[in-house]
Design a protein around this ligand. Structure first.
Ligand code: ADP
Ligand code: MG
Length: 722
């Protein structure tokens, strides 16, 4: 009980930064644990290397013979780094990663141990998939999915205190070929986007068009809490967030005092994280700009989306493992502390190739601007048409505490373009921007307009989806989420919009319009239908929340229970099947898995609320009450009447808390729901509000019960003591 909390405080006061071995030179450190092109070139024959490179760059299949050669080289390299095991790492529909470790060692007929790693072992693995969520894609009794090597994401070494393992990024699918993971849809969405983009670019007269790929740079926020405190908070350990906790006393919560220098222990931790990430070839850049006390940010430089998504998962793992080493618990939860700024992940996204460059970068010439305007218009259409899908792919019980909870960003999907670009699109819509001369390319003045300064200070920070100079930034993504879901949604909606644009543009050009006129006409039609999603004002304003719905026809989708059914909508099914990204069955299985996870995480939290209130908080209140009543009775026996108001308040609040606990327990007994939707709504409304009710009384008790008796580390302690 309270002993744990008091011990935690004294342990921390005595804690100090650990030693991190001094980093080697950057050139020795960078990607030293990655089997990258440089290492392949050293160890593979010229032909094998060429084949591998082609596979990585274009997705061309690899000959089995080449796979054998690559596997052997990979094994030798892994051995030289001390690895005795290898593992296919894959990305199931949870936000976590999964691994199955195997030894390189096999015994030969003489009983001698030899090490073996063939192309087929590299290419295919067979995890026991029964415990990975799969919707109803596979019967659990026939649960045999398999993993397959993704050669486009480099293999690497993971070091642990007791060894090293060669990690092989992989896809995870059923024997019947259905995607059971987050990687396959991402790869498919990239190729759908490429196909559609090729059509548009050819219509725009581009003759040489390299394969297009999407890029992603994710900014990751997180909290650090000392492990001593975490150990005394079962809610932090089991739910990743505090289910109880009164706000710090007034004046304490955002005191400048706490913002000064980053405590040495944290700095050393960050250094250690960065060193590990550099070894893994992840271009990380730490930002020391915590918004809340105890909160930090790390943002790797952007990479190809598929690699960035794998690196993002790895980064989250490294943050957590390294925290343990330094005596911290790293919290990736979206809202670990009520009333304190939450954590998000800003997913910066763009699409491009080596011949046309970044298509979301407004170039300096009018012809580049036309491509840019088309791609940008395609994004606007996507956000408008598939706003509910974008909301659904970032929906989780944890992220609901940010979205729709009067905190950044709002649960209404709109797109921010910046003043100048918004004006360009509005002018196109209103017919104020049209070519005046016929034939040839003419300067619409766009290059000047679009060549605006990329001033980050000027950006609208309240938009969930913002254009930031040469990319879009999806800011409503949760800090613990995989970036794959959002990337899949963005790539796929872009593919759909580019297809739509290609069709319209083709019709314009065939009916004799010149290129500029054609583009402007298509964009005018696009803006008339979809311009309502463009919004440059304050996304937090109540006025916007009303107007967005009543005047713009956008949807305000506050909870996951409201958001996930978007996966079942006809238009979304059609989007995914027409682009070949997910079959209706694969899509539905995602709905099933995510709704199950939502229900489960709320029920786990609710049970914890019951447990902690009953076994920790109530006993503390009773101990204090008995101290008070003892003193009151004792004083009374010598003729002094003590004030009884505190004792009465503690008794009343303790009773009220237990009444709410009983209601919550009873509510958790309900099991008959007509549908998954109904069950989700029940969690979102009934269960969540009862949890809040218990917390309300518990947090009031925290402000009354003697500090010495209080069992749970308090907000001020966890957030400020480093
Ligand atoms: P801010 O905090 O101002 O939003 P940062 O520089 O911290 O900006 O992070 C921006 C992220 O966006 C980084 O990961 C960066 O590499 C990434 N990024 C920059 N340009 C692009 C681009 N064209 N496409 C995708 N991501 C990009
Ligand atoms: Mg940002």
């Amino acid at each position: 009980g309270n002993q744990a909390r008091l011990m935690a405080i004294s342990n921390i006061t005595n804690g100090s930064a650990m030693d991190v071995c001094t980093p080697k030179l950057m050139k020795d450190l960078w990607a030293c644990d990655v089997f990258d092109f440089a290492k392949m070139e050293q160890s593979l024959s010229k032909n094998a290397f060429k084949a591998m490179k082609k596979t990585v760059q274009t997705g061309a299949p690899l000959e089995p013979a080449t796979a054998d050669v690559v596997a052997a080289a990979m094994k030798d390299w892994a051995h030289s780094k001390g690895a005795k095991f290898f593992s296919h790492i894959f990305y199931p529909m949870t936000n976590a990663t999964a691994e199955k470790h195997d030894g390189f060692i096999i015994t030969n007929s003489d009983g001698h141990a030899i090490s073996e790693f063939t192309g087929s072992l590299l290419i295919k693995g067979e995890p026991d998939g029964s415990s990975f969520p799969n919707g109803s894609l596979r019967m659990t009794n026939a649960a045999r999915g398999y993993t397959a090597w993704d050669p486009t994401s480099p293999a690497y070494i993971m070091h642990t205190p007791n060894g090293a393992t060669l990690m092989i990024p992989s896809v995870f699918m059923s024997w019947t070929g259905e995607a059971l993971d987050k990687k396959i849809p991402l790869l498919r969405s990239n190729s759908a986007m490429n196909t559609a983009a090729q059509k548009v670019l050819s219509l725009m007269g581009e003759t040489e068009i390299a394969t297009l790929n999407s890029s992603c740079g994710a900014e990751q926020e997180y909290f650090l809490v000392d492990e001593n405190f975490a150990a005394a908070r079962p809610d932090l350990l089991l739910a990743g967030r505090t289910l109880f906790g009164a706000a710090p006393a007034k004046g304490q919560q955002f005191d400048d005092h706490y913002f000064g220098a980053i405590p040495e222990r944290v700095q050393v931790y960050m250094q250690d994280v960065e060193n590990t990430l550099y070894r893994l070839g992840i271009p990380a850049k730490t930002h020391h700009n915590e918004v809340a006390p105890g909160q930090f940010e790390i943002a790797p430089y952007y990479e190809a989306a598929n690699v960035a998504a794998d690196h993002q998962q790895l980064l989250m793992t490294v943050l957590k493992i390294t925290a343990k080493k330094h005596g911290f618990l790293c919290l990736l939860h979206e809202k670990p502390f009520a009333g304190v700024n939450g954590s998000g992940k800003h997913v910066n996204w763009s699409v491009g190739n080596s011949t046309q460059g970044n298509l979301l970068d407004p170039g300096c010439t009018p012809e580049k601007n036309l491509n840019f305007l088309l791609f940008c218009g395609a994004v606007i259409r996507g956000v408008h048409k598939y706003g509910p899908l974008l909301r659904a792919v970032i929906a989780s019980a944890a992220n609901d505490h940010r979205l729709g909870a009067n905190e950044a960003p709002p649960a209404i999907l709109s797109v921010y373009l910046g003043e100048q670009l918004e004006k360009v699109f509005m002018d196109i819509k209103d017919g104020n921007l049209k070519p005046t001369v016929n034939g040839g390319l003419m300067d619409l003045g766009l290059s000047q307009i679009l060549h605006f300064e990329r001033d980050p200070g000027d950006r609208n920070r309240t938009s969930p989806f913002a254009f930031t100079g040469n990319r879009f930034e999806f800011r409503a993504v949760g800090s613990s989420q995989s970036v794959s879901g959002p990337l899949v949604a963005m790539n796929t909606m872009l593919a759909d919009s580019l297809d739509w644009i290609a069709e319209k543009l083709d019709a314009e050009l065939s009916s004799g319009a010149d290129q500029t006129t054609g583009v402007i006409n298509v964009l005018k039609a696009l803006m008339e239908e979809h311009g309502n999603a463009v919004f440059g004002g304050d996304g937090y304003a109540t006025e916007w929340h009303e107007k967005a719905v009543s005047e713009r026809g956008l949807k305000n989708i506050p909870t996951t229970a409201d958001a996930l059914p978007a996966f079942l909508e006809e238009s979304v099914k059609e989007l995914f099947s027409s682009t070949g990204v997910l079959t209706p069955v694969e899509l539905e299985s995602r709905y099933e898995v995510y709704s199950e996870q939502y229900i489960l995480s709320i029920e786990v939290e609710a049970n914890l609320v019951v447990d902690i209130a009953t076994t920790s908080i109530y006993p503390a209140a009773m101990s204090y009450l008995s101290e008070l009543t003892g003193s009151i009775a004792g004083a009374s026996s010598i003729g002094i009447e003590l004030d009884t108001s505190v004792a009465k308040k503690v008794a009343t609040d303790a009773n009220a808390m237990m009444a709410a606990v009983n209601k919550l327990s009873a509510a958790l007994e309900s099991h008959d729901f007509p549908s998954v939707e109904a069950h989700m709504q029940y969690c979102a409304n009934d269960i969540r509000s009862l949890m809040d009710e218990v917390r309300l009384y518990a947090d009031t008790l925290e402000t009354q019960v003697s500090d010495e008796l209080w069992p749970l580390p308090k907000y001020a302690e966890m957030l400020f003591i480093k």
